[in-house]
Design a binder for this molecule. Sequence first.
Ligand code: ZN
Length: 151
Amino acid sequence: MPAKVGRPEGPTATIYIECPTSWCDSGTHVAEPTAHPEDISHISGAEANEVSVSSFLKSKHVAAHMLTSTIQCDPGSHDPRLEAAHIVIEDDVDYAHLTPDMGEAFADDLVAFASRLRQQARTARQHNQTVAGDSGTDMDEALRRVRGGAA
Ligand SMILES: [Zn+2]
């Protein structure tokens, strides 16, 4: 498949490489030029797995937080962990490189996080319903006092 080689501001050339993975999004090989062919790494579709958090205090179209995960491998790396297929978790600030085992452990943490988040949402909803019920009672009591004083 085609891959662009060259410096971002300089001339680039399109070469043809054998992509060794079935999961690589080949579009990345032409979207971002690589300085040297041996530096070409393989990345699964970046849009494929992401979760974003919106805030009711921000615009609907701007995520307050975003987390993306991709599969990557860098056959030319001298680090065997980067040479092997691994998971990269990316947010707006940094990248985290995870072995497949670390990826599974993080997935377990996310499942636990989601479970606790669901519980927090239930607790917040119950609180709001209780407060709404209490204020209704307070309002009734205030009305009774006003009416009683007026009578
Ligand atoms: Zn590839």
